[in-house]
Ligand binder design. Sequence first.
Ligand SMILES: C[S@@+](CC[C@H](N)C(=O)[O-])C[C@H]1O[C@@H](n2cnc3c(N)ncnc32)[C@H](O)[C@@H]1O
Length: 259
Amino acid sequence: VAAEYERVHAPRTAQIGADLVTVAGVLPGERVLDVGTGTGVVAEAAQRAAGEKTLVVGVDASLPMLLEGRRVRPASRLVASQAIDLPFRDARFDVVTAAFVLTHFTKYDTALHEILRVLTRGGRLAVSVWGEREDEFQRTWREQVEQVATKEMLRGAMAKAMPWEDRFRDPRRLEETLREAGLRPVRVERRQYRFEMSLEDYVISREVAASGRFLRDMLGPRMWEPFRERVRTLFRERFPDPLVDFRDVLLAVGTKPVS
Ligand SMILES: C[S@@+](CC[C@H](N)C(=O)[O-])C[C@H]1O[C@@H](n2cnc3c(N)ncnc32)[C@H](O)[C@@H]1O
């Protein structure tokens, strides 16, 4: 899914990532680590803020995502690594960013502990998560998915891909989690983003997300193609092309105490 992620998702996450870097207050010369960098859009924004010569690194557990990032952003420094086992010395970075990845961690507390290890005292961790409940486009997609897979199967697949989606879309629990990890102070803000996308790209964005990937595996090519066709027809009947989607995002930043 890496190439499709870069084409349909990355333009949106790049826009939010640039704001995340601003919220983190990245200054020229500050070293930045972007955890769960995907194809590297936030690392790229951080490099712009920190300056070309400053150390900015993106890490991700997925080699295909990193390879796509390297193809599109050849100047970026990208490293394959799990968030719970970062290949860096203690206190190596002034800022860590983690965009749309916290909900994916199996053990978010272990990952946060490791992230704080590589953060210098007085350094900041900035995270973004999708904030809202389902909108009409997501609901339409879900209803179609539920016609071919049971709710239990879907719940299981989503719990595996994004075990903490519900927890972190709640700003209070997001703040509490960052405070429990040892960050002080912690600030969480909600922002709304407007995205305009062709219907085709919107449906592709659902197909490469967790529920779509699960369904494609489950159905196999023979049943997946007719399903895709049905969904496209329904979206064309119900919605204008291009569609305009408003999404809430939580941006949070916390500081590792100096003492
Ligand atoms: C939704 S994408 C976000 C990518 C990027 N931050 C952005 O804003 O476009 C989540 C990324 O986190 C990565 N990821 C998930 N769990 C991870 C883990 N435990 N360690 C490192 N990367 C992880 C995935 O491979 C994926 O590339």
